[in-house]
Design a binder for this molecule. Structure first.
Ligand code: FAD
Length: 292
């Protein structure tokens, strides 16, 4: 199907974006990679009369790393993250290859994925595991909020109509070395998650968990941070017994819906299996770094 007719603007500065958002209000939509918005327009699930293509804005497609953390521009494409080197943030490189297919990854952006707020999307889960925040800008100024504050409901975020998501901020790991896994069950290659589990664990040299984050895709109406499970882990030694306890806890978190991808019961079980599998792989990796 063809989308409705629309006017197209390609501003080069944020000021121009703000002007267009003010001028057209609800009639306008921001266009980033177009990989969610354009399919919705073709299906007539969205019919904006104005598209504001932010692809020409400078400074939003790069990353900056400091001692405090990593700042990722909203226009970073999934593919650029997949091929980047993220020594202190291995979950980024673990997650990106799981998103869709190469065509979508070449165009889609991290900011667009977060703004679209699909509960089954992969970045939501991964960035919750990394305790990330987002920076949102408008003519009035910049505000920053945690991702948990940002995701309000199914396909709904805290973005106001005249705001734009500009950056994702990931805090630096404080102690130890970070180990990460992204596990995803999909019906076929390139599909959205039946269940996705993102795990990031900072381990000290004696195997104590200094920090842990677990994010889940498709386990709730919004991407979910598994706080109960991570609270079981932090401060403990990573052992098979602890992994078992954490995976049983993860199974109880979330409130997935039964749908064409699987029953709620199946999704709960897969969350348990993925937490157990991911943490076990991390334990094995940590042990091999100790014996090397
Ligand atoms: C076939 C297919 C398979 C896919 N499979 C997966 C998958 O397995 N996992 C997964 O996570 N995703 C998947 N996706 C979605 C993909 O990751 C998209 O790239 C992503 O959801 C949207 O990013 P985008 O840059 O293309 O945003 P767009 O489509 O351009 O925009 C999406 C929405 O966000 C708004 N928006 C975009 N950028 C901003 C911004 N900076 N500030 C404010 N609002 C903004 C737009 O107005 C629009 O409402 C798939 C998509 C397709 C087409």
């Amino acid at each position: 199907m063809f989308p409705n007719a629309f006017e197209y603007y390609a501003p080069e500065t944020l000021d121009e974006v703000y002007g267009l958002l003010e001028q057209y209000g609800d009639e306008a939509k921001i266009l980033a990679g177009g990989q969610s918005l354009l399919p919705m327009m073709k299906l007539r699930l969205a019919a904006p009369s104005v598209l504001i293509d932010i692809g020409h804005l400078a400074n939003l497609s790069s990353t900056t790393e400091t001692a405090e953390g990593l700042t990722v521009g909203a226009l970073m494409r999934h593919k650029a993250i997949e091929t980047g080197h993220w020594q202190r943030y291995p979950l980024l490189g673990e997650t990106a290859p799981w998103i869709a297919d190469p065509l979508v990854r070449n165009r889609g952006t991290i900011g667009g994925a977060l703004a679209h707020a699909d509960p089954a999307a992969d970045w939501g889960a991964a960035l919750l595991a990394l305790n990330a925040s987002v920076e949102i800008e408008s003519r009035i100024g910049t505000r920053r909020m945690t991702l948990e504050e940002f995701f309000i409901d199914l396909y709904t975020t805290a973005l106001e109509p005249q705001e734009i998501l500009t950056r994702v901020v990931i805090p630096a790991p404080k102690t130890g070395e970070t180990f990460a896994r992204y596990l995803k069950l999909e019906r076929k290659v390139g599909d959205f998650a039946v269940v996705g589990v993102a795990i990031a664990v900072d381990l000290t040299s004696d195997g104590t968990i200094a920090n842990a984050g677990i994010g889940m895709a498709a386990m709730s109406g919004v991407p979910l941070a598994a706080h109960q499970t991570t609270s079981i882990l932090v401060g403990q030694h990573l052992t098979p017994a602890l992994i078992k306890e954490a995976s049983e806890s993860a199974c109880l978190e979330g409130d997935p819906q039964s749908d064409r991808r699987g029953s709620a019961e199946y999704k709960h079980s897969m969350a348990r299996i993925f937490v157990e599998r991911g943490l076990t792989q991390i334990l094995q990796q940590w042990r091999s770094t100790q014996s090397a």
